[in-house]
Design a protein around this ligand. Structure first.
Ligand code: HEC
Length: 108
């Protein structure tokens, strides 16, 4: 009996662990934001810092940046001054969008 309960709860766990396809529910959007943050921490932290204000290598303070999402995408696609293009983001439009969202979330 105990074993059966354990098996049942385990399969329930598996059921909930399965993720629906990205981009068509609120949970997935929340997830996109999280990955935007982790992508940023991975690729942008060294120059911009976790809050966007670090300013390493002359990086712009992202918390006071006024660029539109399109302009942010352009900077990320082509690079600007000392900032190299974000090639990994170019390869994946979902990643690009979540990082753009995260960059905007750094504004106060
Ligand atoms: C090698 C250091 C470096 C890395 C890594 C880097 N940046 Fe930058 N970033 C810069 C510099 C320098 C500028 C200023 C460019 C200029 O205006 O000449 C800049 C500017 C920007 C701007 C424009 C801000 C404005 O208002 O003009 C955005 C947006 C931005 N970076 C986002 C990012 C994101 C997102 C990442 C990660 C994918 C990233 N950067 C990675 C150095 C870097």
């Amino acid at each position: 009996m105990v074993l059966r309960f354990a098996v049942l709860s385990f399969s329930l766990l598996l059921l909930f662990a399965c993720k629906p396809p990205a981009g068509d529910c609120e949970e997935c959007e929340a997830e996109a934001n999280i990955s935007g943050k982790s992508l940023f921490m991975d690729q942008c932290l060294s120059c911009h810092g976790a809050d966007g204000k670090l300013g390493n290598s002359g990086a712009k303070d992202l918390s006071i940046s006024k660029l539109t999402p399109e302009e942010i995408k352009e900077v990320l696609s082509e690079g600007k001054g000392a900032m190299p293009p974000a090639l990994e983001l170019l390869a994946d439009p979902n990643h690009m969008d979540s990082v753009v969202q995260f960059v905007q979330s750094l504004r106060k």
